[in-house]
Ligand binder design. Sequence first.
Ligand code: ZN
Ligand code: ZN
Length: 146
Amino acid sequence: MTGRTGPADSEATRKPRRSTQQKSAISAELSTLGGFVSAQELHRLLNASGSGIGVATVYRQLNRLADDGEIDTVTSPDGERLFRSCHTAEHHHHIVCRQCGTAVEISPPVEQWLDDVGRSNGFTAISHTFEVFGICADCSTSAETS
Ligand SMILES: [Zn+2]
Ligand SMILES: [Zn+2]
């Protein structure tokens, strides 16, 4: 308890603004991290820093940010959706550490080839996902030394 004396926030004062604040709290937290995180993990981090945002809200806002292209998303080998705030808004790909989520941005020379392959098979509106997973240098070193 913080000993606040003012009236408790009533339901009536809840405005759409609330969701904007949650959204910016979520993307601010995400941008302090270098790697990919799950919604669960981001929720834990947000709560550790005193935010009371519910896990369902974190899921919803992360998915919305990803759909809007404001953050990047990959699906882990376990099928979990992971999120990251990237340095560039341009189309790019990642190598992601399976253990700690650390990510490196890469530009594989496959963009044109994938397009051509799609078109030569009669497909239009070509898009692709390309995700590379591995164990980063830090994680493989600590596995050796422990
Ligand atoms: Zn790692
Ligand atoms: Zn690509």
